[in-house]
Write a protein that binds this ligand. Sequence first.
Ligand SMILES: [Zn+2]
Length: 148
Amino acid sequence: MSQIDNEKITAESLQVAKERNVWQAIRRGLSCKCPRCNIGKTYRKYLKVADECNHCGQEFHHHRADDFPPYIVITIVGHIVLSAATSLQIIYGPPMWVHMALWLPLILILSLSMLPPVKAALVGLQWAHYMHGFDTDDHSPKWDEPNL
Ligand SMILES: [Zn+2]
């Protein structure tokens, strides 16, 4: 084996070792666990992502979930509630107060319970793709470096 082949194998090996399992990170996020160790917690409060994992020290403070978790939750809850409300109306035709009594609390409960796992899954997705500072080999210039 020539020296060039050895370099190829080494580069490929490094590439494989560097890959992160995206679906595993999302699954770990859905259970609000650290995407790296699956032991530490993603949150320190309800919807307040911890600065770092309390078990392995993986930093989370640079995640950028922003408004995407509510969009996903609105889409999921909307599909569930709209299909159920439409089905109920077509089959039984109840008065409007029944709809209000059923769907408003359900919307609130579903939305508030789905937001933390969805947000943690998105943090896991960002971690798996080395997005927003999750890349430890960040070569971008730092703000405090002199601009030459
Ligand atoms: Zn961890």
